[in-house]
Design a protein around this ligand. Sequence first.
Ligand code: CA
Length: 229
Amino acid sequence: MAVNTYSSGGAAVLLVEDDRQLADMMTALLEEESYRVEVAGGGQAGLHMGLTRDYDVLIIDRGLPVLEGLELLRKLRANGVGTPALVLTARGALEDRVEGLDAGAEDYLVKPFEIPELLARIRALVRRHSDTAQSLPVGARRLVLANRMVVDHHGTHGEVALSERECALLAVLAASPEQVFSRPQLLERVFDRADAIGTVDTYVHYLRRKLGRDVIHTVHGVGYRLGSP
Ligand code: CA
């Protein structure tokens, strides 16, 4: 294989594929690219592994016995697993693709696929994951910021779509949960210094509306800190 300047950095991949031969072939390829690969031979095993272990990317075959791929993905998403997912399918129709995206897949690849295509898609997902995924403690909950979605690990809040700026504000507060930030500090760290100071309050309001009043605590006369919802 040609020398590849990209390093996967040992990213962890969960491959859910019932075709043993294909799974072995993909595992060998991915390991050659320094990924750590774990294979589940069916949907139930994939569900168990996806819920109990941490991965950087999920590769899920759509056609699985008992628990089919999209159903598996829906269950993972419903349980707060926000890991980027690539769905493999033997069908390439538009409605299949839409169904896949609806189930929470970030990307979709039609079998048979070219190896470089597969590797490129996985690289993109891993990059996206490491760029955006942060796990933040917020009170008794853990929020996962991934692809601009806040996902409550306990599943009580479901998924909440946040804008880039809302995410950035929440991430700054959650990174130092004890610290009280003044509004000028938040303006400088999250927004544009040229923005009005009221921008901070506006985004605090947005986050409270989406995640509950208690998500951010007002310290009167000082500023804001992470709340304990
Ligand atoms: Ca299959």
